[in-house]
Design a protein around this ligand. Structure first.
Ligand code: BGC
Length: 880
């Protein structure tokens, strides 16, 4: 008998259903087996009435119950068929909607860059005085948001484990709020709500090249409405009067770190009975003064997801203690000092060690030092609240006595998405590479999909997530984060359709011009989301934004299709580009721009077709055809030779399907194989070429080339960083040079996910798990063994249930085990013959002939490319 293993609403897998926006959210259920009789959904409303519905579908089932009123809900559960066991219930509750009755309260209306302290706010209230007995409380909710970042306490207890709430959105347009269940924390009589409040992204230091303060406003402020519902069905909006005081956090900056003086904590400040005579009344800021829509989250919150203990501890000369956590993370330390009152402890962070010291130069303006002044009152524990660092190593300065196990831990902090995709193979290095991609995704999904977690940047760079989106959506249920981020993309898009290069946009001097591969994120990211879960809602929501971008580029080409002027980042970070000029790629930047225009316009046509907008579909087909023709006219010889003559240019032509004939494709493919071989199977592509190079090689019939590139260990290559001990994906192939020194470029991060987009290739081609229809309705199991691998496997928790593949070679046979989820069908493609075997839901094992691991090197060669004559050294590359 099948049981229900998961229930979620809309595309918020793994997210909370408390405080949602929709009055009729769609429901998806996952069963662990077939569901021939369909499902039963049941909602036990707050008023004890029960609604039941029999549904055939498991995915995105239209809400079959009465619409939810704001702040009302029920317990949703499901079962398979008429007799299956009920799932555990999910509390579904609509949010506050437009029921806000409170205003912002502020402890600080302005601050100078030097005085960025955090503040305490407290509001004491008596529920008995309002005629409420605790025993009569059915539920109590705190609806909370802030200008800044906050943490909430009720009667001395933390209300939630969320960090850096309310998160970062385009605050001018959208301000997120949280809904907390505080029913269990209220006491009879007097209660106290307490909030810690700091600058965060709202008015804190943000941006590169010096950055800015007060980007969204000069105030920090809290918005909190407390609602209590009693057994008689009445809702009480509890009036709150807020007072504020200095906090022990004397300085807090996301980049800078936090300074905390534990001696200054007013004990009991968030509990009843505390004497707040010395506290000041908070200023009240009329909510209507602020234009931003106050919205519930679309994604799970940022929280601590793991704790790491150091794998190595050493005392440094001068007394500092160095800790190696064995993993580059985004997060903070937790320390438990035992030291006399007034002892100052400083926590320094860095991703790497250079010349025996913490390599802090790549952090640029992000100081990343926390400091703590001990209270001397045991037991002491400190974890910074309002900062976050990208680090693997830390040094503790000022520690008194021995450092015992458990005295220091590293807290891994990021958006707490549900893991969906896994990969494993017979190569430990490949597995480590994959693991590094996973970590770079974790470390860079801190509310916004960012470029890096460590230096004075951490921006939602559009190009980075554009290339990484397929991988992101494989590894984690990232739809919620991306849905919210895309709303900001649309909100910050200029009237003419221009999409800023990073969103939320911070005006810190970066040329704000339409940029191919970056602005294209507005179209490609929602399209990838649709392909992943089959839900066209995101396309509908983003349609105007997507269309505006394509129309803008069409205009910029003068409707010729050839994007030939203006600012471009091109194949950013081509390994041949000098460290200080990362945009100096060997590939013509307008070739990149025109290729992307063709691709994005084609996607736009597909989007329009999915949404039934036939006229638009025809129009964008035409725009795409024009761009593809312009690409060929301008950059492709009739023979198929592509101008620039670089792997990136040919990879674009092949994977974006821009060539006119099989003959052209063959010529271009042969040349690609030649170039890659000539380069000694080293990477010679940047941000644009790297995510597609292996696919292009496969399209050119060069499976072996793709594997040699993938399994290459010498610089530049994916496994070079692995061989250097990397635990995340680097921004540059040579972020760390072979002699252990840090790349001299001003822009050198050890934690950028963009070049990790190859993980998608590992799932699709190495393991062979290929979604073949939107939402994984149909799956191809098409392993392409190579690289001497003996086995590989991948799994993906699709919206129909788990899909998986595992293959193992034994001499000249291969055993393929394919798992098809209940709502899907599959085709197993046998590697040696290309024969296709149709399979239905369930697990299938097929044994077939295959080239052996020993044959890998030659089996896929269609041409015999010239061997490399001379592999340029790094110095030569730079000089060129
Ligand atoms: C970021 C990149 C980004 C690039 C584009 C860098 O500073 O870290 O990932 O895409 O700038 O200019």
């Amino acid at each position: 008998m099948s049981t229900i293993t998961e229930i979620w609403l809309e595309n918020r897998r793994g997210g909370s259903a408390l405080g949602i926006d929709e009055s009729a959210p769609r429901v998806t259920v996952i069963a662990d087996g077939p569901a021939p009789d369909g499902f039963v959904l049941e909602l036990l409303h707050d008023d004890d009435s029960v609604e039941r519905a029999e549904v055939d579908e498991a995915r995105l089932v239209a809400w079959p119950f009465r619409a939810l009123e704001p702040r009302a809900g029920g317990r949703l559960r499901a079962r398979v068929g008429a007799n299956g066991p009920w799932s555990s219930p999910l509390r579904v509750e609509r949010g506050i909607a437009d029921g806000w009755r409170v205003d912002f309260v502020s402890p600080s209306l302005s601050a100078s860059p030097e005085t960025r302290a955090a503040h305490l706010l407290r509001a004491e209230f008596d529920i008995a005085a309002r005629g409420i007995a605790v025993a009569d409380i059915v539920r109590a909710r705190a609806y909370v948001s802030a200008h800044g970042v906050y943490e909430l306490e009720l009667n001395g207890d933390r209300v939630s484990d969320e960090r850096l709430a309310p998160g970062w959105t385009s605050y001018r347009h959208r301000l997120r709020h949280q809904t907390f269940d505080v029913s269990g924390l209220l006491r009879g009589g007097a209660n106290v709500l307490g909030a810690w409040l700091a600058d965060g992204w709202y008015r804190g230091h943000l941006g590169f090249d010096g950055g800015l303060w007060d980007i969204y406003g000069t105030d920090v402020a809290l918005l909190l409405q407390l609602d209590v519902v009693t057994r008689d069905g009445r809702r009480h909006e509890i009036p709150l009067t807020w007072r504020h005081h200095a906090s022990p956090i004397l300085a807090a900056g996301l980049y800078e770190g936090e300074s905390y003086d534990a001696r200054l904590l007013p004990r009991g400040w968030s509990e009843p009975g505390f004497d707040d005579i010395a506290w000041m009344d908070a200023a009240v800021l009329d909510r209507s003064r602020f234009a931003a829509a106050i919205e519930p989250p679309t994604a799970p919150p940022v929280r601590e997801t793991e704790r790491l203990r150091p794998v190595d501890v050493s005392r440094r000369e001068g007394g500092r203690i160095r800790l190696d956590f064995g993993q580059n993370i985004s997060g903070v330390l937790a320390i438990r000092p035992r030291a006399p009152r007034g002892t100052v402890i400083r926590l320094h962070h860095a991703e790497v060690i250079e010349d025996g010291e913490l390599g802090t130069r790549p952090l640029r303006g992000a100081t990343s030092v926390d400091s703590y002044v001990c209270s001397g009152e045991a037991p002491e524990e400190y974890t910074p609240r309002f900062t976050i660092h990208g680090f693997r190593y830390a040094e503790i300065e000022g520690w008194v006595g021995e450092l015992r196990t458990g005295d220091v831990e590293a807290l891994v902090i990021h958006t707490d998405m549900q893991r969906t995709g896994r990969f494993a193979s017979s190569s430990p290095e490949l597995d480590r590479l994959h693991e590094n991609v996973v970590w770079s995704m974790r470390d860079n999904f801190v509310d916004v999909p960012t470029d890096c977690p460590q230096r004075d940047e951490r921006m939602g760079w559009t190009g980075d997530i554009q290339v990484f989106a397929p991988t992101a959506l494989r590894l984690y249920a990232a739809h919620g984060v991306l849905t919210g981020w895309l709303r900001d993309v649309a909100a910050e898009q200029h009237d003419d359709g221009h999409v800023p290069q990073f969103v939320p946009w911070v005006e810190c001097g970066f040329p704000n011009h339409p940029t191919a591969a970056w602005g294209d994120a507005a179209v490609i990211v929602p399209w990838e989301m649709y392909r992943n879960d089959g839900d066209a809602t995101i396309l509908r929501e983003q349609y105007d934004s997507m269309r505006a971008w394509v129309d803008l580029v069409d205009r910029l080409t003068g409707r010729t299709g050839h994007w030939s002027a203006g600012f471009q980042l091109g194949d950013w970070l081509d390994p041949a580009a000098p460290p200080e000029r990362p945009g100096d790629s060997r590939t013509d930047r307008y070739l990149v721009a025109t290729a992307y225009h063709a691709r994005t316009a084609r996607i736009m046509a597909q989007v329009a077709a999915v949404l039934g907008r036939e006229a638009d579909a025809a129009h964008y087909e035409e725009v795409a055809a024009r761009a593809a023709a312009a690409f060929r006219d301008e950059y492709v010889a009739p023979s198929g030779r592509v101008v620039s003559d670089t792997p990136t240019s040919i990879a674009l032509a092949l994977t974006f399907d821009l060539l006119a004939s099989d003959e052209q494709r063959r010529c271009a493919g042969d040349r690609l194989l030649e170039l890659v071989a000539q380069d000694g199977f080293h990477i010679s592509t940047g941000f644009v070429g790297t995510p597609i190079i292996c696919d292009a090689l496969m399209a050119a019939g060069g499976r072996d080339h793709a594997y040699r590139l993938l399994m290459q260990r010498e610089l530049p290559s994916w496994l070079y960083s692995v061989s250097m001990g990397a635990t995340t994906i680097w921004e540059r192939w040579d972020s760390m040079l072979p002699d252990g020194s840090i790349n001299p470029g001003d822009m050198t991060s050890f934690n950028h996910y963009a070049l990790g987009a190859v993980a998608d290739f590992m799932h699709r081609v190495v393991a062979g798990l290929v979604p073949d229809a939107p939402g994984w309705r149909h799956i191809r199991f098409a392993p392409q063994p190579g690289g001497g691998l003996q086995h590989a496997s991948a799994s993906y928790d699709s919206v129909h249930g788990p899909a998986a593949i595992a293959w193992r070679r034994d001499g000249s046979t291969i055993t393929i085990r394919a798992t098809v989820p209940a709502g899907s069908s599959g085709t197993v493609v046998l590697p040696a013959t290309g024969e296709e075997v149709a399979v239905g839901p369930g697990v299938h094992e097929i044994v077939a002939p295959c080239w052996s691991a020993a044959d890998d090197i030659t089996s896929s060669e269609r041409t015999d490319p010239a061997p490399p004559l001379h592999r340029p050294t790094m110095a030569e590359r730079k000089a060129s």
